[in-house]
Write a protein that binds this ligand. Structure first.
Ligand code: PLP
Length: 356
């Protein structure tokens, strides 16, 4: 049975990428070796890593002033690595509290310097993105979370900032165009939108590397990774390979402007249904709704079991909401086809017809 994977992460990947990866697990580039067993220093894999970097630069418009790194440790390691590398002792960094992941980033930053939380939407269970706060010009950087995976909110416009923006883009990386000039550091765990779990994409402005002046263990110092083309140690070979395939797919699908158009169409189909269907209600403020993670609640929770059954029978997988929001969350990352969203919407309609 055909299944549509609405999981928040690891999330859906293009079918063509999965098939190509499977082939190369058996026979990498016709070498009679598996991608799982080749040396990261061999010429075939060096070409993969170089193409992955080149695609990141081409798709994102990232020039040479920035280093592009492929690291282990997940986005969660970047919560600490960013302040370790960019925030000096006694200095302050500005953070905006938009949910669970922002909070984890704040907690780690406090280990390395002072944190000023400029704004928070905690009191409304993170149902909106705070705006209009003042950004202190003496902060080392401003940290933002571009898309709040759990609460289904997204920054549709980045603030003008007098200090470099450090952005956790884990769950909407490469889902829309952005202007790299606004950012000092971007990080994204690949498993939400650009690849499988195991690799984290880091894009850092080279002049910010070493900014904290702190002595760091080698593995936590961006400098070492930048100076060694992300091969200071053994990099996550298979995840980098699959990310490279996913970026090829993204390029072939029109790059960031092409994918943005598709993402807007998909999200509109689903939000229109949520707004029209009496059995569902959206949780996020309309102007801050995420195009990636669509959160909605049932208006008749007693019918949940029946809805879950119908959804499952249609091949819709993994739309259970996070416990801190409840209800449902449909993650419709880049690789989710419009047809998958339509299948979900059709079930919602049928459900309303039967129970209206
Ligand atoms: C999933 C997620 C993380 C954590 O990523 P890991 O790679 O599991 O450490 C961080 N930030 C956001 C916005 C996320 O969605």
């Amino acid at each position: 049975m055909k299944k549509y994977n609405f999981s928040p992460g690891p999330g859906i990947l293009p079918q063509s990428v999965i098939e190509e990866a499977a082939k190369n697990v058996l026979d990498f580039n016709g070498s009679s070796l598996s991608i799982l067993e080749v040396s990261h220093r061999g010429k075939d894999f060096i070409a993969v890593a170089a193409e992955a970097e080149q695609l990141v630069r081409e798709i994102g418009g990232i020039d040479d002033r920035y280093a592009v790194l492929f690291l282990g440790g997940g986005a969660s390691s970047q919560f600490a690595m960013a302040p370790m590398n960019l925030l000096a002792d006694g200095e302050k960094a500005a953070y905006v509290d938009t949910g669970t992941w922002a909070n984890k980033a704040i907690k780690e930053a406090k280990l390395f310097g002072n944190v000023e939380v400029l704004a928070s939407s905690k009191d409304s269970n993170y149902s909106f993105i705070p705006k209009g706060y003042e950004i202190p010009s003496d902060a080392a950087y401003l940290h933002l979370t571009s898309n709040n995976t759990i609460f289904g909110t997204q920054l549709h416009e980045f603030p003008q900032s007098p200090v470099p923006i450090v952005c956790d883009m884990s769950s909407d990386m490469f889902s829309r165009p952005f202007d790299i000039e606004q950012f000092g550091l971007i990080y994204a765990g690949a498993q939400k939108n650009i690849g499988p779990a195991g690799v984290t994409l880091v894009i850092v402005r080279k002049d910010l590397i070493g900014r904290s002046g702190r002595k760091l263990p080698s593995m936590f110092d961006y400098r070492n990774h930048a100076d060694n083309d992300s091969m200071y140690n053994t990099p996550p070979v298979l995840p980098i390979y699959v990310m490279m395939l996913t970026l090829r797919w993204l390029k072939a699908n029109g790059g960031l402007t092409g994918i943005q158009k598709m993402n807007e169409e998909k999200a509109a189909i689903l939000y229109d249904e949520i707004d029209a269907n009496p059995l569902f209600t959206g949780t996020a403020a309309k102007e801050d709704r995420s195009l990636m993670n669509v959160c909605f609640l049932p208006t008749k929770p007693e019918l949940d079991e029946e809805f879950q059954k119908m959804v499952k029978a249609a091949g819709v997988d993994n739309i259970k909401g996070h416990r801190s929001v409840g209800g449902y969350r449909a993650s419709i990352y880049n690789a989710m086809p419009k047809e998958g969203v339509q299948v979900l919407v059709d079930v919602m309609r049928e459900f309303a017809k039967q129970n209206g």
